[in-house]
Design a protein around this ligand. Structure first.
Ligand code: ME8
Length: 637
C-alpha cells in the first residue's frame, strides 16, 4: 500500500551564533514528530536549515573581521554537528546561500513580478535591525520593536514592494474558515485582527547592504531576508525547476515555528503562495518560548543555555525527554537547572531506569536470563495488559495535537504501573518456592512484554534509549514497529542481558552546586582610555574628512601588517596605507565605503606613499572600518 506523505519543517535558524536550548526545543519536537510519523507508517519529509542572509549576519561577520560566507560556514558546521549529536533525523538541510535556493528564490520573485504583485516604490518606515523587520508607525509603539522591544530606526530607500494588500481578504477568509490552519487559537485570533486592521504592501528589497539574493535584473537591490527565508519550504523541494519532490510532498503538513514568527508564516508566506497560485501549508503551529528567570533567552542578549554542555553532562535522550515532557505545547515555560534535574531524576532514573534494571536483573536471576513464556493461568494481570495495549492509541491521540508532554505522560503511566506490578507481585518472594514457578514465569514474562511495548512507544522521543532497552531485552534483531504495541504475548526465549544503569540517579544538591560553579564568569568590565584634552573648534575644523570608496586593496609587499588601498574620492583616486592586515583580507574591503582623513600630510611607509588615513573603530584587539551609504567624495563634518 502506498504510504501517506507527511511534510514537517522547523524554522531555518539564523547562524549569527551557536544555537541555544530554545532552538533545540523546536528541532527536538519536530524530530519526535517526524520519527513518530515514520513509525506509524508515513512517508516523511523533515526539513530544517539555516537562514544565512541579511544585515544582521553581515554585521556579525564584520564584527568578527571575516566575510559573511566564511562566518556562516563556520557556524553552520557547528549546527550540523549539534544535530548529529542529537540524532536529529532530518531528511534535508537547506542553507539559503546554496545555489539551488538562490536561483529558485529569484525565479519566485520573477513569477510574482510577472503576476503584477511586485512593483517598485520608495520605502520609509521603522526598521528593527536585530529582527530584520520593518514596522509601521502604529506598530512601533514608543519607537520600540513590538517583537524584541529594542529601539527601531527610521529608514528610507527605493525598494520593491509586494502587494500584500491584494491578499487581505483571502487571508481573513483563511483564518475565519479554516481554524486548523493556524494554532494555537490565541495566535489565530491575533492574526485575524491584525489582518482586519488592514495589510499594507510589504517592502521586499533592500539596497543599504548587499548580503542577500540579488533582485533579478536590478542587482543593486537584494531580496528581503524573510521572502528569501520563507521560500526555503518549497525551494528545498525543488520548486519550480525540479518539481518531483515538490509534487510529492507539498503542501506541508505543518510548519513548526516559535510564536514570534507566526506572523511571517501565517500572513506573508500564505500571501506569497497565493500570488504564486500554489496551495497553502495545511498548518502553521506556533510553540511557546523557553524562558529563563530573567526573561527570554536570546543570542543578542547573551543569556543563553548551551545544549552542548547539557548533553555532555546528561546525555542526548535525557535532554530530549526533559524538553518534550516538561513544557506544554503552545505555552511558555521556565527553564531552571533544578526543574531539569528533578524531572530527569524522577522520570528517567527512578521510573524508567528502575523498570529496566529490575526487569532485566530479575529475568537473569530467576530464569537464567531467558524470557519465559507466560504461565497458563487465565485472566490474571489483565489490568496491566489492558493498560499496555491501550497506551499506543492514547499516545496517537495526543500526538495528533502535538501534545508531546501528554503523550509521554501516558507512556510513563504504563511505566509506573509496571513498576507497581513488580511491588505487588514480589517476584523475589515467588522465587523462594518452586511451587510458584509458573506464577513467577508469568510475572517475568509480563514485565518483559510491558517493557518491550514501552521500548516501542518511546522510540520517537528517545531513539537511543529505545535501542538500548531492546538490546538488553534480547530484541536487538528487530526494529520496532508501531503494530508491536498491539500484542502482548509475543516474547519467549529471548536472551536478556542487563546493562549499566541507563539513567544513573543524581544527587541534585551536588549537581546544582557543580552547575553553579561551571557558570561562565561575567565578562570583566572593559577599561576605556580616558578622553584626550579638549581642543578648540578651530583645531577640529582643520581636519578634512571625506567619504572614500575602496577601489582596490592589496598587501604591502614589505610589511605584513599594512594594506595598500586605492581610494576613490569623487574625481580623485589616491593611495592610502593602513595597518589593518591582521583584521581584514584585502578582498573583504574592496567595494566598501570608508571615511578618510583627507588632509593629512603624505607619509612614506616602508617605501610606499600614504596620502591620508582611514578611520577604524579600535577595541584594543581588532579594527572595524567606519562606513556610510553617502557617495564617495562627500564631506564628512
Ligand atoms: O527567526 N524558546 O531564526 P532564529 C523556544 N531565521 N524556542 C526558541 C527560543 C526560545 N527561547 N529561541 C528561539 C528566525 N527559538 C528566522 C526563521 S523561518 C523561514 C526563518 C526557536 O534563529 C523558535 O522556534 O531567530 C523560534 O521561532 C526560532 O528558534 C527562531 O530562530
Amino acid at each position: 500500500m502506498e504510504k501517506k506523505q507527511y511534510y514537517i519543517t522547523t524554522p531555518i535558524y539564523y547562524p549569527s551564533s551557536n544555537l541555544h536550548i530554545g532552538h533545540t526545543y523546536c528541532t527536538v519536537m519536530a524530530d519526535a514528530m517526524a520519527r513518530f510519523k515514520r513509525l506509524t507508517g508515513y512517508d516523511v519529509m523533515f526539513l530544517t536549515g539555516t537562514d544565512e542572509h541579511g544585515q544582521k549576519i553581515q554585521k556579525v561577520a564584520t564584527e568578527h573581521g571575516t566575510t559573511p560566507q566564511a562566518y556562516v560556514d563556520g557556524v553552520v558546521a557547528g549546527i550540523k554537528e549539534l544535530w548529529k549529536t542529537m540524532e536529529i533525523s532530518y531528511d534535508d538541510f537547506i542553507r539559503t546561500t546554496e545555489e539551488r535556493h538562490v536561483k529558485r528564490v529569484q525565479e519566485l520573485f520573477r513569477k510574482m513580478y510577472e503576476k503584477g504583485d511586485i512593483y517598485k516604490g520608495e520605502y520609509e518606515g521603522w526598521y528593527c535591525t536585530p529582527c530584520e523587520a520593518f514596522w509601521t508607525e502604529t506598530q512601533a509603539v514608543d519607537g520600540k520593536c513590538p517583537d524584541c522591544g529594542r529601539p527601531v530606526e527610521k529608514a528610507k530607500e527605493e525598494a520593491y514592494f509586494f502587494r500584500l494588500s491584494n491578499y487581505q481578504d483571502r487571508l481573513i477568509e483563511l483564518f475565519e474558515t479554516n481554524p486548523e490552519f493556524l494554532q494555537p487559537e490565541s495566535r489565530r485570533n491575533e492574526m485575524l485582527s491584525f489582518a482586519r486592521q488592514g495589510l499594507e504592501d510589504l517592502c521586499i528589497s533592500r539596497s543599504s547592504f548587499d548580503w542577500g539574493i540579488p533582485v533579478p535584473l536590478d542587482e543593486k537591490h537584494v531580496i528581503y531576508v524573510w521572502l528569501d527565508a520563507l521560500s526555503n519550504y518549497i525551494t528545498a523541494l525543488g520548486y519550480p525547476d525540479e518539481p518531483e519532490k515538490y509534487n510529492h510532498y507539498w503542501p506541508a503538513d505543518v510548519h513548526l515555528v516559535g510564536k514570534e514568527i507566526v506572523r511571517f508564516h501565517s500572513i506573508i508566506w500564505p500571501a506569497m503562495l497565493m500570488s504564486l497560485d500554489l496551495p497553502l501549508p495545511k498548518k502553521v503551529l506556533g510553540h511557546g518560548w523557553i524562558l529563563l528567570e530573567g526573561g527570554k533567552m536570546s543570542k543578542s542578549r547573551g543569556n543563553i543555555v548551551d545544549p552542548v554542555k547539557l548533553i555532555e553532562r546528561y546525555g542526548v535522550d535525557a535532554l530530549k525527554y526533559f524538553l518534550l515532557r516538561e513544557y506544554t505545547f503552545g505555552q511558555d515555560g521556565l527553564f531552571t537547572n533544578e526543574v531539569m534535574l528533578t524531572r530527569m531524576n524522577s522520570d528517567l532514573a527512578n521510573d524508567l531506569g528502575n523498570l529496566v534494571s529490575r526487569t532485566t536483573s530479575m529475568i537473569e536471576k530467576y530464569n537464567g536470563g531467558i524470557v519465559p513464556a507466560a504461565g497458563k493461568e487465565e485472566g490474571t494481570d489483565s489490568e496491566l495488559k489492558q493498560l499496555a495495549l491501550g497506551t499506543a492509541a492514547k499516545v496517537e491521540a495526543h500526538m495528533d495535537k502535538f501534545s508531546f508532554s501528554l503523550a509521554l505522560e501516558e507512556i510513563w503511566t504504563l511505566i509506573r504501573r509496571t513498576n507497581k506490578y513488580i511491588d505487588e507481585t514480589s517476584p523475589w518472594l515467588l522465587a523462594k518456592d518452586e511451587a510458584n514457578k509458573e506464577r513467577l514465569n508469568t510475572v517475568l514474562h509480563n514485565l518483559a512484554e510491558s517493557l518491550r511495548i514501552v521500548s516501542v512507544l518511546i522510540q520517537p522521543f528517545m531513539h537511543s534509549t529505545s535501542t538500548e532497552i531492546r538490546k538488553q531485552l534480547g530484541l536487538w534483531f528487530a526494529d520496532p514497529e508501531w503494530a508491536d504495541t498491539q500484542e502482548f504475548d509475543v516474547m519467549e526465549g529471548e536472551q536478556v542481558k542487563k546493562g549499566n544503569a541507563i539513567f544513573p540517579r543524581m544527587d541534585i544538591e551536588k549537581e546544582l552546586a557543580e552547575l553553579e560553579a561551571m557558570k561562565e564568569p561575567e565578562a570583566p568590565q572593559r577599561e576605556y582610555p580616558p578622553i584626550k584634552d579638549l581642543i578648540d573648534y578651530e583645531d577640529f575644523a582643520k581636519l578634512d574628512f571625506r567619504v572614500g570608496l575602496v577601489q582596490s586593496c592589496e598587501k604591502h609587499p614589505k610589511a605584513d601588517k599594512l594594506l595598500v588601498f586605492q581610494i576613490k574620492m569623487g574625481n580623485e583616486v589616491r593611495q592610502i596605507l593602513s595597518g589593518v592586515a591582521d583584521c581584514y583580507k584585502p578582498e573583504d574591503l574592496i567595494g566598501k565605503k570608508v571615511i578618510v582623513v583627507a588632509n593629512l600630510k603624505p607619509r612614506m611607509l616602508r617605501g610606499l606613499e600614504s596620502k591620508g588615513m582611514l578611520l577604524f573603530a579600535d577595541n584594543g584587539e581588532r579594527f572595524e572600518y567606519l562606513t556610510t551609504s553617502a557617495p564617495d567624495g562627500e564631506i564628512v563634518s
